[in-house]
Design a protein around this ligand. Structure first.
Ligand code: SF4
Length: 478
């Protein structure tokens, strides 16, 4: 099994991409779109291409540039493509879970589906479908959606998705294609990102705007909560918008802003780089400990650390260097090897750190293992004091909406019941400060009540439905 060396951050589970472009090499465009979304999932990658008559696909375990070569890309011909890059949790690391998923029935013909998110009612839906005789080949909840589409009424893929969407609980950002059209759907809470872009007359849908930029495309807008786009042609006349699920109070994943999405992606009020810098500035107002130097945990905390340093008037320097070539490894995920993995990933600069009172900025602390190791590394490199500033509140609860994150007993803030003094002791820092939730949300530039904050508060936008008896009556009678 693959094990990612970065255990201190929660992992995004997927990136999705779709393009409708009669004049372009769509497989190549999907390849580069997925390449830009690689940070959202490093375990498997896949592309499905449609040419008006049939769908052809290729998917494999590995990074985008390991899965595809020139020969494969050249063999995928058509004017429509959808793509997927995936990270999976333990037990899900299998080729059968790689996407896009392909399915077909006589009336509908072929379709392909790629999903970012986790359905909060996946267990109940799976149990119900199993009782109805459904057989599953994978453990992913995306196959549940595919199975429901096959069982739904409707002559076209769009009609079937319209019937299925109301039964799906968040979180889902989906791209699908039939042989002749692209469909994109976002759950009514808009938990996971999904945006619409354009390149000349062609349409692109992607998890993040960085996948548009790499192709020279323009950001048009976000897909709205509960919206389904059907794309069956180039230009405005080829784009059709429908509402397939009643929009709810918006609950975008706050962690997309803190860490997951690329800093050059636009989400809400501008680039996430600027948003993260503002988080650093906000932290500077809350966390005023005396220090000689501000450093970041590279690379993700650099915007916040530069914002913090500028606001405090304290010099910023690279005190930690990240080995950019340490990628995914085959080490087993026991604690001892994980700690060694952290040491492989970072090195400290003694000539920068020696005798300095250092503030280390990070965007989150999940298990605390990496943070404790880094504090130790800085002290060994000669730092006189090590203070830790975090641009998010204590991460106390697991995520059920599409993020691979540790369970309660592995979360350091949960283990210590949110007691910052105890967490400070556990990571062996001189002081520790977490940015408060309201201030963090203000730094995003978006309205206060537009976020999921479940991992900080334990309150999630969509209820977890495990029992099939709790499913809507219509589905129970199907
Ligand atoms: S629980 Fe946390 S990680 Fe999960 S969707 Fe909500 S904000 Fe994002």
């Amino acid at each position: 099994m693959f094990e990612d060396e970065d255990i201190e951050h929660p992992h995004e589970e997927c990136g999705v991409f779709a393009i409708y472009a009669p004049e372009r090499d769509v497989a190549r465009a999907a390849y580069f779109g997925l390449y830009a979304l690689q940070h959202r999932g490093q375990e498997s990658a896949g592309i499905a291409v449609a040419d008006g008559k049939a769908i052809f696909s290729f998917k494999e375990m590995g990074l985008v540039n390991q899965v595809f070569d020139e020969h494969v890309i050249a063999s995928l011909k058509g004017h429509i493509a959808i793509g997927h890059t995936r990270y999976s949790t333990t037990g899900g690391s299998m080729i059968c879970n790689a996407q896009p998923l392909l399915a077909a029935d006589e009336q509908l013909g072929q379709f392909a589906l790629a999903h970012n998110g986790n359905l909060a009612n996946a267990s109940a839906l799976r149990a119900r479908l199993l009782r109805m005789g459904q057989q599953f080949e994978s453990t992913s909840d995306s196959e549940i959606i595919s199975a429901m589409i096959l069982r739904a009424d409707g002559a076209t893929l769009a009609e079937r998705v319209t019937h299925v969407a109301p039964f799906l609980s968040a979180a889902y950002s989906l791209v699908l294609c039939s042989v002749s059209e692209v469909i994109a759907v976002r759950d009514p809470y808009a938990v996971r990102p999904l945006c619409l872009g354009k390149i000349d007359d062609s349409w692109i849908v992607a998890s993040e705007t960085c996948a548009l930029d790499i192709l020279g495309g323009q950001f048009v807008r976000e897909i709205a909560p509960g919206e389904m786009l059907v794309i069956d042609g180039a230009g405005e006349s080829g784009l059709h918008s429908f509402h397939v699920a009643e929009p709810m109070q918006r609950a975008g994943c706050l962690f997309e802003h803190i860490y997951f999405s690329r800093p050059d992606s636009q989400l809400g009020a501008g680039s996430l780089y600027s948003s993260r810098q503002r988080m650093g500035v906000a932290l500077a107002h809350e966390f005023q400990v005396d220090a000689d130097l501000v450093i970041a945990v590279p690379d993700s905390a650099i915007p916040a650390a530069t914002g913090y340093a500028a606001a405090r008037g304290i010099p910023y320097a690279d005190g930690l260097i990240k080995n950019r070539y340490v990628g995914r490894t085959f080490i087993q995920p026991d604690q001892q090897l994980r700690e060694r993995g952290v040491r492989l990933k970072f090195n400290a600069l003694p000539d920068i750190l020696r005798d300095k009172r250092v503030i280390m900025i990070d965007d989150s602390i999940v298990r605390g293992t990496t943070t404790r190791q880094l504090v130790q590394l800085l002290r060994q490199a000669g730092a006189a004091e090590v203070h830790v500033g975090v641009t998010s509140p204590p991460f106390r609860h697991p995520c059920y909406l599409g993020i691979d994150v540790a369970q309660y007993n592995e979360l350091i803030a949960s283990q210590h019941n949110g007691d910052v003094a105890k967490i400070t002791q556990a990571i062996a820092a001189d002081s520790l400060h977490y940015l408060s939730l309201d201030v963090l949300i203000e730094a995003t530039g978006l309205p206060k009540n537009s976020f999921c904050v479940g991992c900080f508060t334990g309150t999630y936008p969509a209820p977890i439905v495990e029992n099939e008896e709790q499913l809507p009556i219509i589905l129970q009678n199907n």
